[in-house]
Write a protein that binds this ligand. Sequence first.
Ligand code: G4P
Length: 531
Amino acid sequence: MSEIEDQIRRRRTFAIISHPDAGKTTLTEKFLLYGGAINLAGSVKGKATARHAVSDWMEIEKQRGISVTSSVLQFEYGGYCINILDTPGHQDFSEDTYRTLMAADSAVMVIDASKGVEAQTRKLFKVCVMRRIPIFTFINKMDRDANDSFDLLDEIEKELGIATCPVNWPIGSGKGFKGVYDREQKAVITYSDTEKGTREGLSQVLPLSREEELRAGIGDEAADKLLEELELLDGAGAGFDLEAVRRGELTPVFFGSALTNFGVEIFLRHFLQMATPPLPRKSDKGPVDPAAAGFSAFVFKIQANMNRAHRDRVAFMRICSGRFDASMEVRHVQGGRILRLSQPQQIMADERKILSEAYAGDIIGVFDPGIFSIGDTLCMPKEEFCYEGIPTFAPEHFARVRQVDTMKRKQFIKGVEQIAQEGAIQIFQEFNTGMEEIIVGVVGVLQFDVLRFRLEKEYNVEIRLENLPYEHIRWIENWDQVDVERLTGTSDMKKVRDLKGNPLLLFVNPWSVGMTLERNKGLVLSEFGRN
Ligand code: G4P
């Protein structure tokens, strides 16, 4: 195997998705602990400091005490090179989270055992399904009173429409949490409430075959319940099928407690074996093999003002094939130029490391003088192809935006367009009157504040926002076959265009979407926009 093949095969690139507070940050910290990236429990920063350390770059974050940005963490464990794409934890910033999923090869879904499937998980899950990437479920906080385990599996299956296969099974929860049964090892691993943050605690491994020891270890009542549940599980649940996992049709489920560090290393070990290394990605010239092809990548995220002192922009790209080295020339396909990527770096927690090389599966951030857009492809100079675009995700809040000082129209348009190009907001125009009126759509309302803040600070433009009642946006898939002018919807429906002129419909509620579809036979609407 060549060195490049070897490097790519050992890479695992995944995103962690969850509803805020389910334990994503805690679980990520524990992963890093195993990878040796954080040496001592004491150095694992508290939530508040850790979050700020990761992305202490925008004043608004500080003011609100939340994290707007995503970061990428890389560490080594058991011969694997792992890239974790951390995603903004706050509900309001899920559009970047969506895009981050486009750069991941698999997803880890963290669910709070006492809450089950929550709103944000549901939304992010849809994107994983669209991409058919493997999804691994970690049901967290078993050290607290949890919902019934069968009910939790049922809920995942019904709400998310994916089959589940528990890899381990919990014995009790909360004060009565005794540990988990590992179905592969056919043994119980007992729970011990270790000092938080240290490596896995002093658990015992009690094989099912030695029933007496097992009963002595977890008590008769827990043992009886476990035996009964295992019988049910073996009879009812879907069998484990690695191929179904890799197609995104079956999710392996693990139970544990990130805070007390129970079940985390088992999860990590299984996950690394089951998840795939970078696989071929679709492009307009067919699938591109990660190991056989030369360097290629696509931009999935652009972040402005990473460094306030320099007012710079960083374009984050996911390497899809080959090896990148900092001295090489690459083709920026959409820009039609050959260039050298400037200051390639890996953004790791609060530090940025200048990179000399990276491989398919890795994420790099490069200095962007304003030439890159989300979805752009980079490849070897002698090649020319484009990766499939990143869809535009449906905003859920809309507002009409005007500049207060009419003399500043130019700066206003420039600023709004620039911020839209970075993907922080989406802009729309009235269907017939064009750019005279600008409608801004965002996934989370906080992005309106970001827009206001940035226009003031960076473009010296004050704006007025008038909220609009729409919450549902639909792209018209077959717009070339539909006379949009004559389309009849409900009275609250609004027709708009995006920057490329594509027609879209805005609705106040899902009922109107249904009515419009009913009134216009043959109309095809989509929740994701094309690029
Ligand atoms: P998030 O990134 O998904 O938003 O969640 P995060 O890890 O920040 O965890 C949210 C809260 O849940 C934190 O408590 C964290 O300590 C707690 N937590 C995470 N995993 C577990 C677990 O396995 N068991 C229990 N009992 N709690 C867990 P907090 O009080 O909000 O923050 P902190 O002050 O403890 O950091």
